[in-house]
Ligand binder design. Structure first.
Ligand SMILES: NC(=O)c1ccc[n+]([C@@H]2O[C@H](COP(=O)([O-])OP(=O)(O)OC[C@H]3O[C@@H](n4cnc5c(N)ncnc54)[C@H](OP(=O)(O)O)[C@@H]3O)[C@@H](O)[C@H]2O)c1
Length: 316
């Protein structure tokens, strides 16, 4: 550990499940980088749907408090653990924790080196922090699981959301015909991002307007998942990020339905970074909030009125 690294740091934590009032920013020890890990001074870290779910219920008890929230981050390497040769002190990096690990809503985080990738110079730290979870979820839904090909018709449910707006842009980049479904508030933005059809789930007849599609990426869940099965051509694929699709209904329709639990892939994140750095793709950051006011970020997210990512900036 370098001299400049303190022994304690602020971290956004919960001691019990509940609403935003459960989020406290308190001093905890700075972790040490273990074997294969680097210590990152966090510059910015985003709020994801999973952080809200963990704060509310720990994903039905999978996580237990006390814990430090946060899955993805952007920052600078300040120390190397043993057996790390892929990074050097001073490198700008970003990435995301694996499914079971948390703790990036803090001033420092010890991360396995393979959960990080270098941040291109063209990418601001706030954008770099916003993209790992939602960018990889969009990419993997479309390509790893959804097997999207150029010329396919793909429909994105929740297209104006954090995952959805990236899925729209990746699918346009791939050369698919992209149908973006969300509320009226998102329509102009989705057209600007290149969607070929933009539908309002509240007022449009989505099945009639969409026709049969090869792939649905569902970022909404609930009744939207069931309705999505009906939009698929025979042999089509539904990839949902929220909940479990009805496999009997999928079999009756002759389609494939899968739930995705996205993962860190440094090569895929580097590919996404290239698109961001080139300006081919943009990530919408709605607002930034100082880490010391992490509770306010949760309050903002719970209003449901913030379109785009909320990013915590390390103000310590
Ligand atoms: N499984 C994974 O690996 C993974 C990874 C990342 C995220 N997720 C999950 O994916 C979900 C979406 O995340 P996000 O960050 O993209 O959320 P978000 O930013 O809140 O986006 C959701 C979007 O869906 C829209 N919407 C609501 N009801 C709709 C409907 N009936 N039809 C079409 N669109 C509708 C919302 O519009 P309004 O604002 O008008 O309501 C909003 O624009 C969350 O539950 C998150 O936890 C899962």
């Amino acid at each position: 550990m370098t001299d400049a690294v303190p022994t304690t740091m602020p971290a956004a934590r919960i001691h019990a499940f509940g609403g935003p009032e459960q989020v406290v920013v308190e001093a905890v020890p700075v972790p040490e980088a273990g074997v294969g890990e680097v210590l990152v001074r966090v510059t910015a870290a985003s709020l994801n749907g999973a952080d809200l779910e963990i704060r509310r219920s720990g994903f039905d008890g999978y996580f237990s408090p006390p814990l430090t929230l946060g899955i993805d981050l952007a920052g600078e390497v300040v120390a190397l653990g043993p057996e790390v040769d892929s990074f050097a002190v001073g490198d700008r990096v970003h990435g995301r924790r694996s499914a079971a690990a948390r703790g990036t809503h803090s001033a420092y985080a010890a991360m396995p080196a393979d959960e990080l990738t270098p941040t291109p110079a063209e990418l601001a730290q706030v954008s770099a922090a916003a993209v790992p979870v939602v960018g990889l979820a969009a990419w993997q839904s479309l390509f790893d699981v959804g097997r999207l090909e150029a010329g396919d018709r793909v429909l994105v449910q929740g297209a104006g959301g954090a995952v959805g707006h990236l899925a729209v842009q990746f699918a346009v980049y791939k050369g698919a015909h992209v149908i973006a479904v969300d509320g009226a508030h998102a329509a102009a933005r989705l057209e600007a991002l290149g969607a070929h059809q933009v539908l309002d789930f509240r007022t449009d007849d989505v099945p009639a307007a969409a026709g049969n599609v090869q792939l649905v990426v569902d970022t909404v869940g609930g009744p939207v998942t069931a309705a999505s099965l009906e939009l698929l051509a025979e042999g089509g694929r539904l990839v949902t990020l929220v909940g479990e699709p009805d496999q009997d209904a999928a079999a009756r329709r002759g389609v494939i339905a899968t739930t995705i639990d996205s993962w860190m892939d440094r090569h895929e994140l580097a590919r996404i970074d290239e698109l961001l750095a080139a300006g081919t793709v943009t990530v919408d950051v709605a607002t930034t909030v100082p880490l010391s006011q992490a509770r306010r970020a949760h309050e903002l997210a719970e209003t449901g009125e913030v379109a785009g990512k909320i990013v915590l900036e390390n103000d310590t």
